[in-house]
Design a protein around this ligand. Structure first.
Ligand SMILES: Cc1cc2nc3c(=O)[nH]c(=O)nc-3n(C[C@H](O)[C@H](O)[C@H](O)COP(=O)(O)OP(=O)(O)OC[C@H]3O[C@@H](n4cnc5c(N)ncnc54)[C@H](O)[C@@H]3O)c2cc1C
Length: 481
């Protein structure tokens, strides 16, 4: 009996949705001719996850009574580009009370991903196409062999694979990592029971590092456990989440598209006037300037991706340069992440009541002293503040590759050193999505996008990888790297 093995590294949304689509495509493409040519050929899947979980990944893992909500509405969360209402239809079938413009708990989305994966697995194995094995192990290295790959995991097990999909997900930032073993320090994803136990009876405030989307997870958790003391939310630029008006966005014509502003795209026009520039991002700019809480997502990310000063240097045309600097002044109102109406309202209420206090400061420049029951923190130029807990809502790193070219994931770093990976063409902090330099090696997920993470940014790529890899198997293109 001959066999082909596909190794998927990472059992989060990306890894499992690629695997599920590969299985469905392999089932779909079974033909009578295949059976005649190779009656016993099996295509086996091996999915490695260091936590042993498949389907959820970190963002959708913990239940926490459903207090952590998705930051995208239901209609934007189907992982299948050709079936955009998939999540919405699943919710309906399960009789969950959510419409397409609602923001469901992330744990429900996790349940959905798990179910999609297990249904695909069941169909695949029942039809005798091959096996699907889950390996609860940390993959440390992938090396090329004369025929295929060697996957080295956990306790130095070495397994052969013919095709590898890297979907190891999010990297952690180093911010405040020196406190990660302190019982009064929490980093996302938060564990409700642990937080509750630590804060029980506390008379001191807490501090949340970061004022963006994940800050709202901390706030929702503190609200859920009825934390009565002040909550300080600190960030350098004090950019807060903005209200995601799902219906308006759904009906509006796709302004939520990420756009790149590169040297080339700036200079390809000889004289960009204010109007020209404005037209490039018109909708986003207008909305961003709107009521102070409008949608300015893409423009903000463009400016934050490139150092505005470097970008200004790159703009040769004086008019463009002058006008671009006007745009940069709008960064404050433009940059930020959208959030659900529920979480936006919660933030407004806490701010209005005075319990939530925003502070503009750089936590790295703060003096942090560890106490038995919390921390003493002196933010720049401010009086020291005794707090009972520190919530790090900036613990995920958007950059797979740092500005000084350091690859944070050890696995990706090893592969990058061996020139197995492709760099992103325009995003200096990311790798390319899809096929890599080695044959039958694919990469998917957050390490391919340092600007925006979200199912809607990944799904075309997940589906592409599934399609392309199955085509290669069908054409017999499984060859050594
Ligand atoms: C807190 C948070 C909330 C989010 N909310 C949303 C949202 O509401 N909507 C949205 O569209 N997007 C959201 N995202 C974006 C998110 O990036 C994607 O939706 C998606 O979860 C990414 O999935 P992934 O499989 O690529 O990565 P992950 O979910 O991180 O999964 C990677 C998996 O790989 C495993 N792994 C890592 N390294 C190894 C290794 N060496 N060996 C073996 N296993 C390994 C990990 O254990 C993990 O299970 C959120 C992200 C975060 C961090």
């Amino acid at each position: 009996m001959s066999k082909t093995t596909i190794a998927i590294i990472g059992g989060g949304c990306s890894g499992t949705m690629i695997a599920a689509q590969q299985m469905l495509k392999l089932i779909e493409e079974q033909t009578i001719a295949d059976w005649a040519a190779s009656p016993d050929h099996k295509i086996n899947f091996r999915i490695y996850d260091k936590d042993g979980s498949v389907g959820r990944g970190e963002p959708y893992a913990l239940d926490n009574d459903g207090i952590f909500l998705l930051n995208q509405p239901v209609y934007a969360m189907s992982p299948f580009p050709e079936y955009p209402s998939h999540y919405s239809d699943w919710l309906k079938n399960k009789q969950y009370p959510y419409g397409q413009d609602d923001f469901t708990p992330r744990s429900i989305y996790g349940e959905y991903l798990q179910e999609v994966f297990s249904k695909a697995t069941k169909a695949y194995t029942t039809l005798g196409c091959g096996s699907v094995d889950i390996v609860a192990s940390h993959v440390m290295n992938v090396s090329s062999r004369d025929s295929g790959y060697m996957i080295v995991s956990g306790n130095y097990n070495a397994d052969h694979a013919d095709m590898v999909v890297l979907a190891s997900g999010h990297s952690r930032s180093n911010l405040l990592s020196e406190y990660s073993h302190n019982s009064n320090y929490f980093s996302a994803p938060y564990d409700q029971e642990k937080v509750k136990k630590t804060l029980q009876g506390s008379v001191d405030p807490v501090m949340v590092v970061g004022t963006s989307q994940s800050m709202l997870d901390s706030l929702a958790l503190l609200d859920h456990i009825k934390f009565p003391n002040p909550i300080y939310a600190v960030s350098r630029r004090l950019v807060k989440p903005w209200l995601f008006d799902a219906k308006a966005h759904r009906e509006n014509k796709g302004s939520y598209q990420y756009q790149f502003l590169t040297r080339q795209s700036i200079n390809q026009q000889t004289e960009l006037s204010f109007e020209d520039l404005k037209n490039l991002f018109d909708k986003d700019l207008q909305e961003g300037q709107g009521q102070g809480q409008g949608q300015g997502f893409p423009m903000g990310h463009i400016i934050s991706k490139f150092n505005p000063h470097e970008l200004l240097e790159a703009i040769e045309n004086r008019y463009t340069r002058d006008n671009f600097s006007k745009f940069v002044t709008h960064v404050g109102s433009l940059y930020g992440n959208p959030t659900s109406p529920e979480r936006f309202k919660l933030m407004q209420e806490y701010e209005k009541s005075g319990q939530l206090r925003f502070v503009q400061a750089d936590i790295l420049a703060a003096d942090i002293a560890v106490e038995d029951d919390g921390f003493n923190i002196a933010l720049e130029g401010k009086e020291p503040l005794k707090i009972s807990a520190l919530f790090n809502s900036s613990s995920y790193s958007m950059k797979a590759i740092s500005d000084n070219d350091y690859v944070s994931s050890p696995l990706l770093r090893r592969l990058d050193d061996k020139k197995a990976l492709k760099r992103h063409e325009r995003d200096k902090n990311a790798f390319a999505f899809g096929e890599q330099n080695w044959n039958n090696l694919y990469l998917a997920g957050p390490s391919c996008n340092s600007q925006r993470w979200g199912v809607e940014t990944f799904r075309d790529g997940l589906s592409y990888i599934a399609e392309k890899s199955v085509q290669n198997i069908k054409r017999g293109l499984i060859v050594a790297p």
